[in-house]
Design a protein around this ligand. Structure first.
Ligand code: ZN
Ligand code: ZN
Length: 427
């Protein structure tokens, strides 16, 4: 054997060895093949949940199904937390970080006919907000990560939360000692959205607009009441920075590449606007003028109340003014400033930059999620999961009559977020 031939042989050998080494699948490839293996069974689970929806605080059967599934995966399971809440605990082979995944499980009262073949069999109740999909994805991630238990360093908690629609379930679980049972350091969740299937999106800070109700109260004097009411309406309206007939008011525009939430120059940021007409109430010599206010920014709302009061104090109604106050303030989602971009990056690195969209704007309207209460306890990130398939006429806009879901988004959700959770454990 000549020296040259020997070297060639050696390099060939190394080359072949190198190839073999690279064919050992990564944990993310194992995640994807496990997701593919269980995908059909997940679709069956989703359709079963869809056919048997249960409203907030009555999720008894749903809860039972989740419990049985988690037990079948070998997880430690806690039940009846804050109502029908269920927690599954998956311990990796090695000690490490503790992170939580939350899925909401309730359906809604709805008489709108179902648009799918696997229609709701519970009259007047429908999964019109996609929590059947959220539940299924939570179960799918539990399955996929349980299959990788030997490769996991740390603990993952699966929190299946009841009663999201009435904004009670998260608080109920917390008040029932959820964080005595488990001590996660980070928490994550998703909501189906009208984005196309294959995409997920989020941003640091708020995702949904702040929603407050302002009440301006006067004692009724001998001044003309209608003039007072008009003055107050005009004053409040003057703080709006969104035109009444602008693109802002068409929800479809939130997805527009030019003005929508994903564009850095989106029209859906830095806004303060009145969400509905004024209501006027009179009782015992007092008149209260109220309106709902939507804003992308808590500071604008804090400033508004002071500015409105200061302005009225300089007007001819100064001595009639009793109070300017918010009578309703919704706790809103607030994504951790550091974790949100990190989590997006994990997914972009594994599944492609185009799959993980950084948003810039804040969705206006009445939206919210009581995941906010978990985020008040620990850092967390809430994602939008694309569920639409425009070519097939499937638009995943929650709470709309034709709400439907491209079930491929179950695969996306299980893959992306299983991978992300692994990366978070390793971080
Ligand atoms: Zn909903
Ligand atoms: Zn929902």
């Amino acid at each position: 054997m000549s020296a040259l031939f020997f070297l060639q042989f050696l390099f060939q050998g190394l080359f072949v060895f190198g190839q073999e080494a690279s064919t050992v699948p990564s944990i993310h490839q194992l995640i994807q093949s496990q997701t593919d293996d269980i995908f059909d069974s997940l679709v069956k689970i989703r359709r079963d949940l869809h056919k048997h929806p249960e409203v907030s605080e009555q999720e008894e059967k749903t809860s039972k199904k989740i419990q049985e599934y988690l037990l079948s995966l070998g997880l430690e399971v806690k039940t009846n937390i804050g109502g029908y809440g269920v927690v599954g605990i998956l311990k990796g082979a090695k000690e490490g970080k503790r992170i939580a995944w939350r899925a909401d499980i309730d359906a809604m009262p709805s008489d709108v006919p179902d648009v799918v073949d696997f229609k709701s069999e519970n009259k007047g109740v429908r999964h019109i907000c996609g929590h059947d999909v959220h539940t299924t994805i939570g179960m799918g991630i539990a399955n996929v990560l349980a299959s990788q238990k030997e490769n996991l360093q740390g603990t993952i908690y699966f929190v299946f939360q009841p009663a999201e629609e009435n904004y009670k379930g998260a608080r109920a679980m917390i008040n029932d000692g959820l964080f005595d049972l488990i001590q996660p350091e980070e928490i994550y969740a998703l909501h189906i959205s009208p984005l196309p299937t294959g995409l997920i999106a989020t941003k640091p800070g708020p995702l949904y607009a702040y929603l407050n109700r302002i009440d301006i109260k006067y004692k009724i004097s001998d001044k003309d009441k209608d003039t007072l009411i008009n003055y107050t309406k005009n004053l409040l309206s003057s703080y709006q920075n969104v035109e009444k007939d602008s693109k802002f008011w068409d929800v479809k525009n939130t997805l527009d590449p030019k003005v929508g939430l994903a564009n850095p120059n989106t029209i859906f940021k830095n806004y303060l606007t009145l969400l509905q007409d004024f209501s006027i109430q009179e009782s015992e010599g007092e008149v209260t003028i109220s309106s709902l206010i939507n804003s992308s920014d808590q500071q604008q709302l804090n400033a508004l109340i002071k500015d409105v009061e200061a302005e009225i104090r300089t007007s001819r109604y100064a001595e009639d003014l009793l109070s300017v106050a918010y009578s309703y303030e919704k706790d809103i989602l607030f994504n951790d400033e550091k974790l949100a971009p990190e989590a997006l990056n994990h997914i972009a690195n594994i599944y492609g930059a185009e799959t993980a969209v950084l948003l810039h704007g804040v969705t206006p309207g009445y939206f919210g999620d009581d995941f906010a209460y978990f985020q008040e306890k620990l850092p967390g990130v809430y994602f939008f999961l694309g569920g639409s398939n425009y070519e097939n006429g499937i638009i995943s806009m929650p709470h709309t009559p034709n709400f439907a879901v491209d079930e491929e988004c179950i695969r996306t959700g299980v893959n992306y977020f299983s991978s992300m959770m692994v990366e978070r454990l390793n971080d």
